[in-house]
Ligand binder design. Structure first.
Ligand SMILES: Cc1cc2nc3c(=O)[nH]c(=O)nc-3n(C[C@H](O)[C@H](O)[C@H](O)COP(=O)(O)OP(=O)(O)OC[C@H]3O[C@@H](n4cnc5c(N)ncnc54)[C@H](O)[C@@H]3O)c2cc1C
Length: 394
């Protein structure tokens, strides 16, 4: 097997690196973990617009919708470089990776013309209203109701863990349109502007003290019937297709590669007594182990891409990649905190004492969520067991 990229792909990588070095502002390196402050949000929006001008925000989309018609391996290179450089993509990915591809498959011409170009130009930010207090892994159990009244649906219910809802312009969401049907068959997929009267957002603070996700309440919110995507009661199939796009999200491992590179550099430059940290056996072994795991994660994501490039649909393979990289993110954060000793506990706000911008203590807290968001590790293991190994359902 030949793992080398072609000379053209390598040239593209160099072009990207130059662009990213030029366009990612230095303040971003010291920035928050999630786009927290208004300044950071603005900074990330500006960056996304520059990326969009190159066609690199939606490289996988056809040119007519603002994409670059790019091949899968070129996309992989792009995602690797964006991940490695910690590019501020923020809330853009809900439109780019999830809603956009869904509208291309199931949207009406009118919906495509109205919504795809603004996503491609980084003008409109979306959020995903799937999970509810009683419906996460068992998403089909969702209770939000949409009742048709003339040309509108009246929506009532509650969503939770809605990432970026406090910043988003639009939401795509699932609601029950036929309560008498079996639970997978009575659900529809809708889109709505966040400023619709009756949609209310209540931010939630996560354990790292950051505002990322929210509760979203629908209280007699009126959604025009033309905002139904696909047919009524077809939402489950559309929503599930969207999850496939979500899980095949590759390139996350590239961010971990950057973390291990930074840690190695830190351990080389830091002395403890008369020895450099990197000479400590416990530090060397831990870093070596994580570095090997990052490489394994990279090849698992290459496998997903290579299947897609051959026209196959990765399913258990996407779950393996998601499972491995999210658990690795937790191990790596743990290693970072331990390698840095007491400095490992200093948060970014403490600019004077924080090392590596307090990134690892933040990662230590934030990555707890990585094995929950986008489908828990248990759910990924179920997928691998049933669809990958052919084991019977439990
Ligand atoms: C940071 C973050 C961001 C998120 N962003 C969004 C978002 O933008 N939009 C959105 O809609 N949702 C979002 N979510 C929600 C996320 O999709 C759910 O949290 C996730 O699907 C798990 O659902 P739950 O929290 O209801 O847990 P549950 O489904 O209640 O699970 C509880 C526990 O039971 C286990 N479990 C459940 N079912 C099974 C089973 N069949 N077999 C074995 N074990 C099982 C789970 O693995 C877990 O350990 C986000 C979550 C996080 C943490």
């Amino acid at each position: 097997m030949d793992f080398r990229f072609t000379p053209e792909q390598e040239a593209f990588r160099q072009e990207l690196r130059q662009f990213l070095r030029q366009e990612i502002p230095p303040e971003w390196e010291a920035g928050e973990f999630e786009v927290g402050s208004d300044e950071e949000w603005e900074l990330s929006r500006q960056f996304q617009k520059k990326l969009a001008q190159k066609g690199w925000l939606v490289p996988h989309w056809p040119k007519e919708y603002g994409g670059a018609n790019m091949g899968l391996w070129e996309q992989m290179v792009l995602r690797e470089e964006l991940g490695y450089h910690r590019a501020p993509l923020g809330g853009a990915l809900f439109g780019v990776n999830m809603l956009g591809p869904i509208l291309m498959l199931y949207g009406t011409e009118e919906q495509k013309r109205e919504h795809l170009p603004p996503i491609a130009r980084a003008e409109v930010i979306w959020c995903q209203g799937y999970s509810e207090p009683g419906a996460g892994s068992d998403l089909a159990g969702l209770q939000t109701r949409a009742v048709r009244e003339g040309d509108e649906y009246v929506v009532n219910g509650q969503k939770i863990w809605t990432t970026g809802a406090h910043r988003a312009d639009w939401i795509f969401f699932l609601a029950r349109t036929d309560p008498t049907a079996p639970k997978h068959k009575g659900i529809s997929f809708f889109i709505a502007p966040m400023n619709t009267p009756g949609i209310r957002v209540q931010p939630l603070i996560n354990m790292a003290g950051r505002m990322g996700f929210n509760q979203v309440f629908f209280e007699d919110a009126r959604v025009p019937a033309r905002n139904l995507v696909g047919g009524e009661n077809q939402g489950w199939y559309i929503g599930a297709a969207l999850l496939d796009f979500e899980r095949s999200g590759i390139g996350a491992v590239a961010g971990l590669k950057r973390d291990i590179d930074d840690l190695v550099q830190y351990a080389r430059e830091t002395t403890v007594g008369d020895r450099r940290l990197i000479e400590e056996p416990r530090v060397r072994y831990a870093l070596a182990e994580r570095a090997i795991e990052v490489e394994v994660g990279r090849y698992l994501s290459y496998r997903v891409t290579s299947m897609q490039a051959r026209g196959q649909i990765p399913n258990a393979e996407a779950s393996m990649s998601k499972l491995y990289s999210s658990e690795l993110a937790q191990r790596l954060a743990n290693t970072g905190v331990h390698v840095m000793g007491l400095y490992g506990q200093v948060r970014p706000e403490s600019r004077r004492w924080a090392r590596l911008y307090g990134r690892f203590i933040m990662a230590y807290m934030m990555t707890v969520a990585s094995t929950i968001a986008g489908g828990t590790s248990e759910i990924q293991r179920n997928v691998i067991a049933i669809r990958g190994l052919g084991l019977p359902r439990g």
